[in-house]
Design a protein around this ligand. Structure first.
Ligand code: UTP
Length: 295
C-alpha cells in the first residue's frame, strides 16, 4: 500500500430528499453557495492538500457534475475575447485535476457508494469527502487528518462535538484521547439515541481510509432498506486494526440540511469580495425588521 494519499472519493449519488423539489432533476451537490456549487468547495479543499485525482460517485440526474468539472471551450474562448480574465481564470482553475466518474446504480447507502470506487482506488489509501459538509476554507481539517495518517498509517475519521440532542443524526464514537485533538477509536455507534450514545463526539464528512475497508464493505450485512453503512464496515475494520479520529474545532456547515445550507450561504456571502458590503448592509437593515416580524 502506498503511504501517500493521492485520491479522493466524493460520494454524490444520494437522492437529496431534504432539498426536494429542487433535487428532483438536479443534483444537490450542484446547489450554489453564493457562486460555487457545494461540491466545488470540497474539491478545492482536497486540491489545497495536494490531492490531484478525484473520483466522483454519481447516479441518475447527476450529469451536470461531470459538465461542471469539464472544460467549456466556447465559454473560455468568449471570456478571453471579451477580456474577462479573472472569470476565465476562475473557470479554468481546476482544469489540471483528473476526474473519474462512477455510477452507483442504486442509492444503497454511503458504504455502497464508497465500495463503487474500489476499481479506481485500487490498493491505495484515499480520502472520502462528503460535499454537503462544508468546512470553512480557512480551517485546515483535511491537512491535519493527512498529517495523522502520515504518522500512524491508519484510517483517520473527522470528528466534531455535537449537542447531545443531535447524536441520533450521526455516527458517534467512543474513544480515548491520545494527543491534542486526536482520539484512538474504541467503538462506533450509528445514530444512537441520546440516552445510549457513548459520547457526543460525532463522525463528520471527511475520512482517510485504507483499502482494507473494501473487504468489510463487501461483507457487512446490509441494514434496513438494503443500505450498506460505512459505520458498520468501520466497526468490523476496528477489530483488525487501529482507527484514529481527529477532533475538528473549526466551522462546519451541514449544507445537506436547509438551515445549514442557508447559514453557509449567509456566511460565505459575508466573505465574498463582490457582494459582502452590500449584503452586510442588507442584513443589518433586515435585523431591525426581524424584531418586528413574528418568529
Ligand atoms: P445523505 O445522508 O446526505 O443522503 O448522504 P442524501 O441522499 O444525499 O440526502 P437526503 O438525506 O436524502 O436529503 C451523505 C452523502 O452520501 C452520498 C450523498 O450523495 C451524500 O454526499 N450518498 C448517499 C451516495 O453517494 N449514495 C447513497 O446511496 C447514499
Amino acid at each position: 500500500m502506498s503511504s501517500e494519499v493521492r485520491k479522493a472519493v466524493f460520494p454524490a449519488a444520494g437522492l437529496g430528499t431534504r432539498f426536494l423539489p429542487a433535487t428532483k432533476a438536479s443534483p444537490k451537490e450542484m446547489l450554489p453557495i453564493v457562486d460555487k456549487p457545494m461540491i466545488q468547495y470540497a474539491v478545492e479543499e482536497a486540491e489545497k492538500c495536494g490531492i490531484r485525482e478525484f473520483i466522483i460517485i454519481t447516479g441518475r440526474n447527476k450529469r451536470t457534475i461531470e459538465d461542471h468539472f469539464d472544460s467549456v471551450m466556447e465559454l473560455e474562448v468568449t471570456l478571453k475575447k471579451k477580456g474577462k480574465h479573472s472569470l476565465l481564470n476562475e473557470v479554468q482553475r481546476l482544469n489540471h485535476l483528473h476526474f473519474a466518474y462512477i455510477r452507483q446504480r442504486m442509492p444503497l447507502g454511503l458504504g455502497h457508494a464508497i465500495l463503487c470506487s474500489k476499481p479506481v482506488v485500487h490498493n491505495e489509501p484515499f480520502a472520502v469527502m462528503l460535499s454537503d459538509d462544508i468546512i470553512d476554507p480557512e480551517d485546515a481539517l483535511l491537512k491535519e487528518m493527512l498529517k495523522c495518517f502520515q504518522k500512524y498509517q491508519s484510517p483517520v475519521l473527522a470528528l466534531q462535538k455535537v449537542p447531545k440532542k443531535d447524536v441520533s443524526r450521526y455516527g458517534i464514537i467512543k474513544g480515548i484521547k491520545v494527543d491534542k485533538n486526536l482520539f484512538k477509536i474504541e467503538d462506533l455507534v450509528e445514530k444512537p439515541s441520546p440516552s445510549n450514545a457513548p459520547s457526543n463526539i460525532a463522525i463528520i464528512g471527511r475520512y482517510i481510509l485504507t483499502p482494507d475497508i473494501f473487504h468489510f464493505l463487501e461483507t457487512v450485512t446490509p441494514g434496513k432498506d438494503g443500505e450498506i453503512q460505512l459505520t458498520d464496515a468501520l466497526k468490523a475494520l476496528l477489530k483488525t486494526r487501529d482507527i484514529y479520529g481527529y477532533l475538528f474545532e473549526g466551522r462546519r456547515y451541514d449544507a445537506g440540511d436547509k438551515a445549514g445550507f442557508l447559514e453557509a450561504t449567509v456566511e460565505f456571502a459575508l466573505k465574498n469580495p463582490e457582494v459582502k458590503t452590500q449584503f452586510r448592509k442588507y442584513l443589518l437593515s433586515l435585523k431591525s425588521n426581524l424584531k418586528t416580524r413574528q418568529g
